[in-house]
Design a binder for this molecule. Structure first.
Ligand SMILES: Cc1cc2nc3c(=O)[nH]c(=O)nc-3n(C[C@H](O)[C@H](O)[C@H](O)COP(=O)(O)OP(=O)(O)OC[C@H]3O[C@@H](n4cnc5c(N)ncnc54)[C@H](O)[C@@H]3O)c2cc1C
Length: 482
């Protein structure tokens, strides 16, 4: 450890107390990666602030000591966004987990960034309200992480992603200045900097407070399970349902391999093991409107080949179905020591052909892939099970992952629906964006984060990220591009 690091640690201890400053290897070990475990690296220091003022002081100390810093929530990210190199300070928000205010009349809440997503809905349930974005990780992930990733979830199909529910944010800039973007009215005048900060993956600054929209719990819910002989017919049902103009709250597909794994786990929900795939469809709204919608969805499922459509008998069975869906990534741990979850999006009409290609790619590379995904949004999640200690298998996993992304882009898709770019997909950004597009993104980042000290080397291809704080190299790059 350098003397500058020792001095930084001393300063950080003064700010957050000794118990809020982690430096021992066994403490740092758990911060080696997020949910993307391919490229672990241990940070120098982890610091746990309790309020905005402490975040500001931490950021300023890091600046003085030239230490890069990485914001982190619960570390459930799946694209390496919270990865920190060995010289970095991780600023972890778990002690900033308070609900500051609930305004029932105006249906909004002001929260600290480390609040766990589900805890917000639990806290406001007595008012008949809830917070709509529901990533499958919602029992653990934080609102700050959700804002940074513009997280979605099964109900994004009807209710949109995090960006549709964030009204305003308090933002600590990389130089320690505190800004407020947006307005609780939902009408932000001037540039939409709330929109810019949402989905910025911690590379523009640190969210220290979010004002979010709350929704009324729907009067009624119906949850259906369509049981299909294969995944292609389940995809066809999705296309028919959406094409008809119906707007279900959720349309999720779970394939045969996932069913098998889930049914062998603590998340077992009585899903039929002999099904090729199941479609989990949820409809919500006024009671009087639901019966006809349930019938239409059931009819579309049967027309597409479903042998049976089950309707959840009660809230207990509904919860069981959702537990199976939301627990499915975790259940995959039964198959192998490592999983790698992809997140590309394709236009829905291409789902059947892409799913077929994913199967072909898996077979050719001799790897195990399961599919459980937000079918209504065309948001695929091929989950690759593997053992990263096997170098040959790891190489095949990476090659297959690239081919899956290329196949999705070839039909007009995008690299990520909700998990972000992070370190995982930064090198693929140039497959989707032109040099001019990337240059514009780099300019935006430089406006917020001119030295690149806040969550460095993420999102943009590394060749660009490396030259961010080096104007001479940057000019060289611009020459190359032109
Ligand atoms: C089992 C499982 C299921 C999942 N399901 C979904 C899903 O359905 N939908 C979905 O969208 N995602 C899903 N994810 C991915 C992940 O949960 C989300 O991306 C989530 O938003 C990350 O939140 P976090 O608190 O864990 O953030 P982290 O992983 O700690 O950080 C994620 C990114 O946000 C940045 N960040 C964190 N806090 C702040 C802050 N306060 N200010 C600025 N930047 C910050 C970090 O630097 C990093 O770049 C899933 C993950 C798992 C493991």
């Amino acid at each position: 450890m350098t003397s500058s690091n020792e001095q930084l640690i001393e300063e950080l201890r003064v700010i957050v107390g000794s118990d809020g400053c982690l430096v021992r290897p066994e403490e740092l070990f758990v911060y080696e990666c997020d949910g993307m475990t391919l490229d672990p690296s241990r940070p120098a220091i982890v610091v746990l602030p309790r309020c905005t003022d402490e975040v500001v002081r931490i950021v300023k100390s890091c600046r003085v000591h030239d230490a890069p810093f990485v914001p982190r929530g619960a570390g459930t990210g799946l694209s390496g966004g919270a990865h920190a190199k060995s010289d970095a300070v991780v600023i972890e928000t778990s002690r900033m987990n308070k609900i500051i205010e609930v305004d029932v009349e105006n249906r909004l809440a002001r929260v600290q960034p480390g609040l766990v997503n589900l805890h917000l809905s639990e806290a406001i349930a007595t008012h008949g309200l809830y917070y709509a974005p529901d990533p499958s990780s919602q029992q653990v992930c934080t609102i700050g992480g959700n804002v940074a990733e513009n997280a979605g979830g099964p109900h994004t199909m009807k209710y949109g992603a995090t960006t549709d529910h964030v009204l305003a944010v308090e933002f600590v800039m990389p130089d320690g200045e505190v800004l407020r973007f947006g307005h609780e009215s939902g009408f932000a005048n001037g540039y939409d900097l709330t929109g810019v900060s949402t989905g910025s993956e911690g590379t523009l600054g640190i969210v220290t407070e979010a004002t979010v929209r709350l929704l009324e719990v729907p009067e009624s819910l119906e949850t259906l399970l369509g049981i299909f002989p294969d995944i292609v017919s389940a995809c066809q049902a999705v296309m028919q349902i959406v094409g008809s103009g119906l707007v279900p709250a959720a349309l999720e597909i779970i394939d045969q391999r996932t069913i098998e794994v889930v049914e062998n786990s603590a998340y077992a929900a009585g899903l039929p093991r002999d099904a090729g795939a199941v479609l989990l469809a949820e409809l919500d709204g006024a009671r009087c409107a639901l019966d006809s919608q349930v019938k239409r969805v059931s009819d579309f499922c049967r027309e597409a080949g479903a042998r049976e459509v089950r309707i959840a008998r009660d809230a207990v069975e509904r919860d069981l179905f959702w537990k199976a869906r939301k627990g499915s990534f975790g259940a995959m741990g039964r198959l192998s020591p490592d999983i790698y979850v992809h997140d590309a999006v394709v236009p829905r009409a291409h789902l059947p052909e892409i799913i077929a290609q994913v199967g072909e790619i898996a077979a050719r590379h001799r790897i195990l892939i399961a599919n459980v995904f937000h079918a209504g949004d065309g948001n695929l999640h091929p989950i690759i099970s593997f053992d990263k200690r096997d170098a040959d298998e790891l190489a095949r996993v990476l090659a297959a992952g690239r081919e899956i992304l290329e196949a999705c882009l070839a039909v007009g898709g995008v690299l990520t629906g909700e998990h972000g770019v992070g370190t995982e997909k930064q090198e693929f950004m140039s497959l989707l964006f032109s040099d001019d597009d990337l240059e514009a993104m780099l300019s935006l980042r430089e406006a917020f984060n001119p030295t690149g000290c806040c969550n460095p080397d993420k999102v943009l291809p590394v060749t660009r990220a490396c030259v961010e704080s080096n104007p001479a190299a940057r000019d060289g790059l611009l020459e190359l591009i032109s």
